[in-house]
Design a protein around this ligand. Structure first.
Ligand code: ZN
Length: 487
């Protein structure tokens, strides 16, 4: 590749790559022609003749649809850090935000409680958007380097409409939330999410969730849930999730599926067959990240001395980010719970999963890949920078959990189909030119729990809506992402 990087061409010919098209089909050699923001031709090598297109020699590289990160909290990140290097450096071209019941709209919300603060980047004005449309306009004005689609979160709706969020909503409050959610769906939200595990969402019972989720069956969109319990009651929570989706008559995604806490290690042998059986009668999907540790707010109630907990940020003691809670507790001569209280508000990384469960869940054919990265953490979980190359390098190439075609499908075509992202997630004529070129023998994550922001290697080029956004380990300066609505 030569003059390609210097100019800003409107046509690109990507020659002789190994095309893995995102559908799960076997790779084949192909040339791909991009004109403007779309792919206009996919043809056998040497068969496309065109004058004036920038040429990319992709021999020896895999050419795949840009990866879709289906589980993110990038709502505000695309506005405040629009280069989105953590994502585009991995080959991600579209993120789904608004997960776990937490979305940046609708607002305005003054001083929202945790876990909403996870996406605020300490900005008191973060939840300023009254309509989703206002947020969509702000995204397009910020011009992030990747696309973003948004789910509307139940905690956000509750904080905006429910007088006492420690209680179930009354009928007037449910009507207000329904009205707000309906407007957001009309403005292009791709679905509705809950985070029933969190204090802002937990008081909602199944009737309250159904009253909101059922709007999706008319307007379209998907119901996505961070379940009430991923620990001892994970099976009960799966049943609750299926019943909710069934009563609302909508497809469901189980977020970041896991069996958390040492007592529950190995129980993916129960949960996956249950999901598989349920898929015979209704639309159930799930996502997972490729690590045995999770990350969220550091809550003293969730401290379990049996597992390692790493502090990811702390407002009162920012210098403790990156240190183990147990070490901090022994330095302070107090319990880990007391240490968590003194660090608050803070974030934590919980080593709460079993590697065998992680592998079993990743290998389960319906599982999509989602990072759940927290973009504003001072010492983030390495999933923020490493998820997609780790699936391709560690779990595909080194550990053979799946073929490369299956791995790519889990992060592209399957994701676009489940979330209703039209003309994305596959490579064929007529779709948006979101593409990643990578070296299948080299690709690997480099972010670790000690050094969590090291970019991955093996990603050669990333195109977003027909523009070259990332090349050989660096941003090109093009920022061609946009707000994406449902089909
Ligand atoms: Zn979650």
């Amino acid at each position: 590749m030569t003059d390609a990087a210097r100019a800003d061409p409107t046509a690109w010919l990507i020659r002789s790559g190994d095309l893995i098209d995102g559908t799960g089909a076997e790779r084949r050699k192909a040339d791909i022609l991009i004109e403007g923001e779309r792919i206009v031709s996919v043809a056998p090598p040497g068969s496309i003749q065109i004058e004036g297109a920038a040429i990319v020699d992709a021999a020896g590289l895999v050419v795949a649809p840009g990866f879709i990160d289906v589980h993110t909290h990038d709502d505000n990140a695309v506005l405040v850090a629009p280069d989105m290097s953590a994502k585009i450096s991995q080959g991600v071209t579209t993120v789904v935000a608004g997960n776990c019941g937490i979305s940046i709209a609708p607002g305005p919300l003054a001083d929202p409680p945790p876990p909403l603060t996870l996406i605020a980047n300490a900005d008191p004005d973060a939840f300023r958007f009254e309509r989703l449309k206002d947020y969509a306009d702000a995204v397009d004005a910020a011009a992030p380097s990747i696309n973003i689609a948004l789910l509307i979160g139940h905690s956000t709706l509750r904080v905006g409409a429910v007088r006492d969020i420690s209680k179930k909503a009354d009928t007037t409050e449910i009507d207000r939330m329904r009205e707000n959610l309906a407007k957001c769906l009309d403005d292009g939200a791709i679905g509705f999410s809950t985070g029933l595990y969190y204090k802002t969402n937990a008081p909602a019972d199944i009737d309250e969730v159904v009253a909101l989720a059922e709007l999706l069956s008319d307007k379209g969109g998907i119901y996505v849930t961070h379940m009430r319990d991923e620990h001892d009651h994970v099976i009960d929570s799966l049943h609750e999730s299926f019943e909710t989706a069934n009563r609302a008559d909508v497809p469901i995604v189980i977020s970041h599926h896991k069996c958390a806490g040492p007592r529950n290690w190995g129980r993916s042998r129960e949960t996956l067959p249950l999901i598989e059986q349920t898929r015979a009668r209704m639309a159930v999907a799930l996502d997972a990240y490729p690590y045995a540790a999770g990350s969220t707010v550091l809550d003293p109630d969730w401290v379990d001395p049996e597992i390692r907990i790493l502090v990811s940020w702390s407002v009162s003691h920012p210098e403790m980010a990156g240190r183990n809670l147990a070490d901090i507790a022994s330095a302070w001569e107090c319990s880990q719970q007391d240490a968590a209280r003194r660090l608050a508000p803070a974030g934590g990384i919980y080593f709460q999963m079993d590697e065998a469960d992680v592998r079993r869940i990743l290998a389960f054919p319906p599982t999509m890949i989602g990072s759940d990265g927290l973009p504003h953490d001072r010492h983030p979980h390495p999933r923020l920078w490493g998820t997609f190359p780790r699936v391709l390098g560690k779990y595909c190439r080194q550990e053979h959990l799946f073929t490369l075609e299956e791995a790519v499908h889990k992060m592209t075509g399957l994701s676009a189909a489940n979330f209703g992202l039209k003309d994305r997630g596959v490579v064929r004529e007529g779709v948006f030119a979101d593409l990643v070129l990578f070296d299948a023998d080299e690709i690997i994550d480099r972010a670790t729990f000690e050094e969590p922001t090291r970019p991955a290697t093996g990603i050669a080029q990333v195109f977003v809506n027909g523009k070259l956004g990332w090349q050989d380990g660096a941003h090109t300066g093009a920022r061609s992402g946009r707000f994406v609505s449902r089909r």
